[in-house]
Design a protein around this ligand. Sequence first.
Ligand code: GLP
Length: 245
Amino acid sequence: MKFYIEKDYKGMSRKAADLTADKINQKKGMILGLATGSTPIGLYQKWIEKCKKGELSFRDVKTFNLDEYLGLPKEHSQSYWTFMQEQLFQHIDIDPTNVRIPCGDHEDPEEHCKEYERELDACGGVDLQILGIGRNGHIGFNEPGESFENETHVVRLAEDTRVVNSRFFDDLSEVPTHAITMGLKSIMKAKEIILLASGDEKSEAIYRTLFGEIDSDTPASILRLHPNVSMIVDEGAAAKVKGQI
Ligand code: GLP
């Protein structure tokens, strides 16, 4: 695993853009795995800047997002579909037909999960997966206790995740209780993974990911079993591992 410590959020985003832009340009038909949350927004802004300057193109890229709230139609202001349009897709030259995000209001979510995984596999899997991390060590919406063997599936959200994410909703009661997420097994199929983390509140999760047991208590710890992972964190998120790596 490669581990980069950058000064702050800006530095983390810049490093992530530097590590990814050439790969996206060079691999024809790249399959890009994308994440939501506050963490990758700075990276997406860098991609947008580069795209506007003509230094980066998403014309041949196909994307698969990690997750979506169950019960939110895509037009909902807090759906991850809306997030991705606003934070990235509206501003870059991607073909909208090449964008995949789990459907939050599908009539048969279980079947939809299977279809999502099948399509992912049929494309040859994700070439480059961008990940954030939850304070409890979740990746995508794979909460502590999730089996490492899960592919795309419906999950019940941990209560602390709902509380953390309630900052985007008017009230905790509006935060969905369930979501669709690519599973840990789906994520591990990616050929390359870049995990981003910023801020002190992620430092415990980063510590456990790197030095805790590799088990489902810290879902991100599975990444230690992957052959091609880079972690880019800022000093806040690195606070508990500095000096040990
Ligand atoms: C959310 C998402 C994750 C994300 C995480 C951290 O619940 N499902 O994919 O990585 O929580 O979010 P943030 O980057 O806002 O801290």
